[in-house]
Every structure is written in structure tokens, then in C-alpha cells.
Design a protein around this ligand. Sequence first.
Ligand code: TMP
Ligand code: MG
Length: 289
Amino acid sequence: MIVELDKTTVRMKNPDHVRGIISSIKKDGVNKLQVISDFDMTLSRFGWNGRRCPTSHNILDNSQVITEEGKKQLKDLLHYYYPIEIDPNRTLEEKCPLMVEWWTRAHDLLSQQKILKGDIAQIVKESEVMLRDGFNEFFDQLHKNNVPLFIFSAGVGDILEEIIRQANVFHPNINVVSNYMDFDDDGILRGFKRPLIHTYNKNNTVLNNTEYFQQLSTKTSIILLGDSMGDLTMSDGVTNVKNILKIGFLNDKVEEHRGKYLESYDIVLERDETLDVVNGILRYTFTET
Ligand code: TMP
Ligand code: MG
């Protein structure tokens, strides 16, 4: 029913179950649907031409406004903490405090760099960030069908909003919860607003805008998109869930992580830099038959 599911990048533990959820989402109708998505390495590309693409934090780290010493310190943090973030042999309890440590140290370093609010657009323009292939169709389909898109990101809100804006797809159906920069009266970065969102607290503990979820309580079908094990809890704040389809992008250390991803995500997309499968599912859901 959806040719994209035959792509060689697609793995499913239980294809019949997946087809069942998709049918159910279609049957319940587009008015019941919402999409909850991570941003970095989910809506944005993991790699291009054999090179890694930047996360929203990396865009700042690599920009001209950061001193060489600052760049080195931020890189050291990445090399120390990223392997911990994706280590399949550590528990969430072990990882959480270390992620708080990483984000806090990175945000402190960034806040010492005199980053100007007025420079953000240029920083994004000069970066190597790319949205996944098919992003236009993805954002446009959701917008045209009035499907709310909730972007829940442990990245930098100001940066990711600017990426979506520059791609001309920042439609009014989009809501973002992320780490937002806090600028002083002169427009200089002085810190980050609370609460701090890291990879493993993306759940209702940081969603104090429950109003948003109340508004969405009628949207009982969810398509969840993520690339990390931490993204699986992004829908925890939704009280009424009837159908949920979890799609996970497995970008890095594929063989090592495959088992865990297949247990947790309904559809696993291995080294797939496109939104083809998501677009195929949405197209099927939105087609009246
Ligand atoms: P997310 O994709 O789950 O929203 O998480 C954001 C990613 O940002 C996560 O994979 C770690 C990464 N990150 C950096 O690249 N640099 C940093 O300084 C920090 C704090 C996070
Ligand atoms: Mg991510």
C-alpha cells in the first residue's frame, strides 16, 4: 500500500503491526492526526557527501563568532560526551546527569562568546546544515492538511527556527519546544532560558505549556519521528493516544544499535537521509479512497 516501505533502508520488527497502525490512522482521519518530531538528525540530515552535517549546537560552535579557544573547548566536550549519549551499554540513570553536565558546560561556553541576536541569520546561512531530502513535501503536506507539527528539540530553538525559516517552510501549524537563547538588552547572548532540554528529558516533565497538549487532546493519532532512544518519550504528554506510529532514523553505529531500535521504533530507517518513507505514509493517509 505504501511503496516507500519497500526501500532497502526500511526495517520493521512487525510489518503487519505497522500496516495495522497506518490503516487505523487513515481510518480515523486527518483531523485526528498530529506529528511530533525531533529536529537535529531527524528533520536535518546526518551526513552529506561523506561528511557529517552539523546539529543546531554545532552550527554555533563552527561559526566565525566563536574564538579558536572556544571552538576547541566545545569540540572537546562533544568528543567526550557524544559517545556517552549514544552508548547502548549505559542506563538512562547514568546518562541523564552527564547530559545535564554537557548541555550546561556547552551553554556556559557559548554564553561567554558575545554572540549577537542579529548574527543568528547569517550564522545559519553560512553553515553546512541541510534538511533531509523531501523536506518541502513533508512540511507542505502537513500544512495543507492542517496537521499540527510539534518539534521537540534538545538543540537550540533560535537556530532551528531560523533553519526552517530560511528553507521557507515555517508554517503556522508548527510549534517548537527547545532551548531558547536569552539575550540582554544589547542583543548579546547571556544564557539560555529554562528548562534545560537534553536528549533524555524530552518528556512531559519539561512541557510546562500543557495548554498546548490540551488543545491537541482530540488529536489521538500520532506519528512520532526521532533519531535517538531519548526521542521515544516525546509523546508522553499527550493524554489521549489511540494510534501511535514511531519512526526512528538510525544514523550512526547501525549494527550495534539495530536490535534496540527495532524493539522500540515501529519503523527503523537505516542510513536513510530522506523523508521518503514519512512522506509516503502521509500521502497515503491524506489520500481519500
Ligand atoms: P536532539 O536531536 O535530541 O534534539 O538533541 C540534540 C543533539 O545535539 C544531540 O544529539 C547532542 C547534540 N549536541 C551537540 O551537538 N553539541 C552540544 O554542545 C550539545 C549540548 C548537544
Ligand atoms: Mg536528534
